[in-house]
Design a protein around this ligand. Structure first.
Ligand code: AMP
Ligand code: GLY
Length: 421
């Protein structure tokens, strides 16, 4: 079979590697891909927002399945576009993608189906929001509505911080704003919970914990994710049942009730407060770096799994997982998430030993004349399977030290809440 994977991050390289293991694969194309995907697939440079150009490519190359990595094309309706042309595409449709594309859509769903999440208010003007905030207790969270690539969320200690957030949002920092969301601040530990669904049934797709802050001890600015481990140390049978019964199933029912369904990976960003789950946000795709952390644990044929979702046959598949835990450390460009240099050569990658248990996934990299260069904030992911998280972390860091890339920065404490030093 011929497969297209859309996206260029570590998540997409991890998907590409896993799909590449399937005997049914004839050829994979990555649009646009990175230096890592170019080793096992052909990178094609096409804009992800030009569906008709992608369609022409798909038809020319007899593509059997499109796998969508990032959220933007999903929110833009790429799945509806290709489903209407009877082309297999893995990901949710435009309406279901509102779970990530509109925080207000999700909040209203939570309200209607009693899904536990932070109390909230929606305000259509800065004046109304400020009027509310002048009487509110802090800390509070101020959020922009649409996609904001992990930004657009202000955790506010006081009224001053909230005023700044509201003025930046209404001044268009995250695109045109018709509303602002003000939320109660939830104090607890975050967890990423995944399910895969074909629109008829769903299966649990493991848990992970991500480290979003740039600095050790979870300090400093928010990033796309500096590392993750799986499974989450927080998960237990009772919590799992609560997440399914109070959050996942009511959400899928809510989509049915408005005449649609969910096909793809559903990623619930949860806050766990005293073994009670609260929904912070939904994403309609795999997480990054959670995907690079979870996929090495999966035993199944990835292509069969994705195709079963397109055929609405997921109920026939049993997911099997390695007993090992997994931990992933992200190597960034120095300066990320603020200013950093691109096009810095990376040498010695092929000298580092990888195996089924040790993987290197590329993110912001590109290849030119067989030389690999950095091309983004998050550059490489070092992901290790082991029965012990500390051992996995030690091995991941050893790979980074062997690489010894002089423009790199990484956190040495990934998994610290689950690892007793
Ligand atoms: P989001 O873009 O909604 O994932 O928010 C980014 C980050 O802000 C989350 O990963 C949380 O760490 C934090 N956050 C968002 N909403 C809340 C909340 N209501 N209470 C506490 N922290 C929050
Ligand atoms: N790991 C955070 C995200 O993928 O949004």
């Amino acid at each position: 079979m011929n497969i297209v994977i859309l996206g260029s991050g570590g998540r997409e390289h991890a998907l590409c590697k896993k799909i590449h293991l399937s005997k049914k694969v004839k050829k994979i194309y990555s649009i646009p891909g990175n230096a890592g995907t170019s080793d096992i697939s052909e990178n094609i440079n096409l804009p992800l927002n030009d569906f008709s150009k992608i369609e022409k490519f798909i038809k020319d190359k007899n593509i059997d399945l499109i796998v969508v990595g990032p959220e933007q094309p999903l929110v833009d309706g790429i799945v509806d576009y290709f489903e209407n042309k009877n082309i297999n595409i893995f990901g949710p449709n435009k309406i279901a993608s509102q779970l990530e594309g509109s925080k207000i859509f999700t909040k209203k769903l939570c309200e209607k189906y009693n899904i536990p999440s932070a109390n909230f208010g929606i305000f259509e003007s800065a004046e109304k929001a400020l009027n509310f905030l002048s009487k509110a207790n802090f800390p509070l969270v101020v959020k922009a509505d649409g996609l904001a690539a992990g930004k657009g969320v202000y955790i506010c200690k006081d009224l001053e911080a909230a005023k700044l957030g509201i003025s930046e949002i209404f001044n268009g920092k995250f695109g045109k704003a018709n509303n602002v969301l003000v939320e109660e601040f939830l104090e607890g530990e975050e967890m990423s919970y995944f399910v895969i669904s074909d629109g008829k049934t769903y299966k649990k797709f493991e848990t992970a914990q991500d480290h979003k802050r740039v600095g050790e001890g979870d300090q400093g600015k928010n990033t796309g994710g500096m590392g993750a481990y799986s499974p989450s140390a927080l998960i237990n049978e009772e919590l799992d049942k609560k997440i399914i019964n109070k959050i996942i199933e009511p959400t899928l029912k809510g989509l049915k009730d408005i005449g649609t369904d969910f096909k793809g990976f559903l990623y619930a960003g949860l806050m766990i407060v005293k073994n009670e789950p609260y929904l912070i946000e939904y994403n309609v795709r795999m997480g990054d770096p959670e995907c690079q952390t979870i996929l090495p644990r999966l035993k199944n044929d990835m292509l069969d799994l994705l195709l079963s979702c397109c055929k609405k046959d997921l109920s026939k598949i049993e997911l099997n997982w390695h007993e090992d835990k997994s931990l992933c450390v992200v190597l960034c460009s120095k300066g990320y998430p603020e200013n950093y240099d691109n096009n810095i050569e990376i040498t010695g990658l092929d000298k580092i030993k990888v195996s089924g248990k040790k993987n290197i996934y590329h993110a912001g990299t590109l290849k030119n004349n067989n030389i690999t260069y950095s091309n983004g904030g998050r550059v490489l992911n070092f992901s290790v399977l082991s029965d012990d998280l500390k051992d996995a972390r030690t091995k991941a860091i050893k790979m980074i030290q062997e690489l010894d890339w002089n423009n790199g920065y990484y956190r040495k404490d990934i998994g610290f809440k689950a690892i007793k030093d």
